[in-house]
Design a protein around this ligand. Structure first.
Ligand code: UDP
Ligand code: MG
Length: 310
């Protein structure tokens, strides 16, 4: 029988873990497949780990791996995928926003020959216009800037065949933009649609400043277009400045100089200063990430690992 490992990142979710356990059990028992769940405790401060332990005691199809501190969801998912060994792996949020009921459909597509089956939400219910607009803009920008195609409105919820998740596991970059990494491996991909439900309990860990960092991480790790923009803008301004210089010099030769030009001088100085600082900032974004990569730190540290039964 084929087997499947379900990877579940968890951060301060003590109230939803039992609900998740029940839902996933109901769904998986109806599937003709060997399954295991690995909870990844991403340094929760509440009783999440204790809840996982008691679930493991009552049903050893559920295992847990706890990280030494909060590393962030990307790293929790990475840790989980590193410990997956089944024929396929599913990554799913614990808060039940990713309906487990979709897993049987994913398994069917996997049996049909697809390597990656990802879930795209149909509508973004209960999200503000601003959030929707920024999300749209983000996908537009990142897809126009990088060669790989990152599907819109798609989170980490997906099923990956062994060769696909092992390929992701080979990408050891510290700057982990998971959507990009998942898309980078390629293989035969299939898109399924679902309605994203509100959280079953607890609160989201996202806010605008985190989203901004996330967007920058995504763009910088999959495209060096921003660096090229800096070059292009610099060159365009330099060419324009050259012609402007020719005009000024010719004018001075023909008509003499009556020392005006303070406003135009100011405009040019401020404009160039702004461009230079922006370009420096862009270089800094990349340099900082290179600094991070060059330290070669481990991606995460494990505190405790209790694998589910084989
Ligand atoms: N999560 C995590 N580490 C973190 C933040 C979140 O493992 O630092 C987990 C969280 O427990 C949940 C999933 O990642 O299972 C998605 O988090 P959340 O629901 O806050 O994100 P949203 O659904 O709002 O995008
Ligand atoms: Mg959520």
């Amino acid at each position: 029988m084929p087997s499947i490992d379900i990877i579940v990142p968890v951060f301060n979710e003590q109230d939803v873990i039992p609900l998740f356990e029940k839902r996933i059990k109901d769904v998986m028992q109806s599937c003709d497949i060997k399954w295991r769940v690995i909870f990844i405790d991403d340094g929760s401060k509440d009783d999440s780990l204790a809840v996982m332990k008691s679930i493991h005691e009552s049903n050893n199809q559920f295992g847990y791996l706890s990280l030494s501190r909060n590393f962030g969801k990307e790293y929790a998912v990475t840790a989980g995928l590193d410990h997956a060994s089944a024929d396929a792996a599913v990554v799913i949020d614990v808060d039940l926003q990713d309906p487990p009921e979709l897993i049987p459909d994913m398994i069917a597509e996997w049996h049909a020959g697809f390597d990656v089956i990802f879930a795209t939400r149909k509508a973004r219910h209960g999200e503000s216009m601003a959030k929707k607009a920024t999300a749209n803009l983000f996908y537009r920008i990142i897809n126009s800037m990088s060669k790989i195609d990152i599907p819109k409105d798609t989170g980490d919820y997906r099923l990956m065949s062994r060769r696909a998740y092992q390929a992701v596991n080979k990408l050891r970059e510290r700057n982990r933009f998971m959507k990009g990494l998942f898309a980078w491996v390629g293989y035969k991909q299939k898109q399924l649609y679902f309605e994203r439900e509100p959280r079953a309990a607890g609160t989201t860990k996202w806010n605008y400043s985190k989203l901004w960092r996330f967007a920058l991480d995504g763009i910088t790790s999959f495209s060096y277009m921003p660096l090229r923009f800096a070059t292009w803008i610099g060159m365009t301004v330099a060419i324009l400045a050259f012609f402007y210089g020719v005009i000024i010099i010719t004018k001075t030769i023909i008509m003499g100089n009556d020392v005006p030009g303070y406003p135009s001088l100011m405009v040019v100085i401020l404009f160039l200063g702004g461009i230079q600082l922006t370009a420096l900032g862009i270089i800094g974004e990349y340099l900082g990430r290179m600094f991070n990569e060059s330290k070669q730190r481990p991606l995460y540290l494990i505190d405790e690992y209790q694998p589910p039964e084989q």
